[in-house]
Design a protein around this ligand. Sequence first.
Ligand SMILES: Nc1ncnc2c1ncn2[C@@H]1O[C@H](COP(=O)(O)OP(=O)(O)O)[C@@H](O)[C@H]1O
Ligand SMILES: [Mg+2]
Length: 273
Amino acid sequence: MKADVKPKPVIAGQGVDAGEVLLAVQNVSLSFGGVRAIRNVSFDIRKGEIRAIIGPNGAGKTSMLNVINGFYHPQEGVITYKGRQRSAMRPHIAASQGIARTFQNVALFKGMSTLDNIMTGRTLKMRRGLLAHALHFGPAKREEIRHRAAVEHIIDFLEIAHIRKAPVGKLPYGLQKRVELGRALAMEPELLLLDEPMAGMNLEEKQDMSRFILTVRDAFNTTIALIEHDMGVVMDLSDRVVVLDYGQKIADGTPAEVQGNQAVIDAYLGVAH
Ligand SMILES: Nc1ncnc2c1ncn2[C@@H]1O[C@H](COP(=O)(O)OP(=O)(O)O)[C@@H](O)[C@H]1O
Ligand SMILES: [Mg+2]
């Protein structure tokens, strides 16, 4: 695969230093009642990079992804995506503008097959009306054939052809995570948000998922924001890392920089603030 042969930059992050900013988060704050989940956080994501978001449990990582994809509306701050500012955006609008995501707890239709779950990711791409779809007339039929071909391509890429007809609820967790990635890829995103895509996986499953994530970036030039707890994975995959703790940004830099940062070490050791 392409990802295996492409040499990694000598210095992590070097390859994206001059990259164009795809998404910028500026002074964003988000509260739930008295809980200040995100406190005045700013960072950016450059086109084509793998941007890790790390931090202890409850740091605000998932909330941040929910702000980026429009699920939560921050009380303060601005999000700039592809040069356009917004403070609030509905998730389906974000999706139609190329932001796709997977969830910390797999969110698939458990009774539906792998194939049908991934097909739901194409829904946004289907332009023809529902009636035409139901009747399989002319252009709608051709469009459906095109969507099926795209889905088959993703199934081959993720090496899940053997489970294409299986109900996803019956699959091992690691494979469910892979199907969920497939559904997000079916949207052909420009920005892919992955919330702990390797949680609960064994070493081999993690290696597979790492390979898929790298290949998605390298082969499709998809920009990726990745929440991940496994520091080995973060070191291997990411170009830059933003570190959150108690809703605040405490570090931002290359994997090597944040790993050696005292505030980060303290946060992970649970040192009192
Ligand atoms: N929908 C919600 N309602 C109330 N509190 C929430 C909600 N979502 C998250 N929180 C709180 O916000 C904080 C950050 O949570 P979260 O973003 O899930 O952290 P992480 O993903 O880093 O573990 C936590 O204190 C959590 O309890
Ligand atoms: Mg989370």
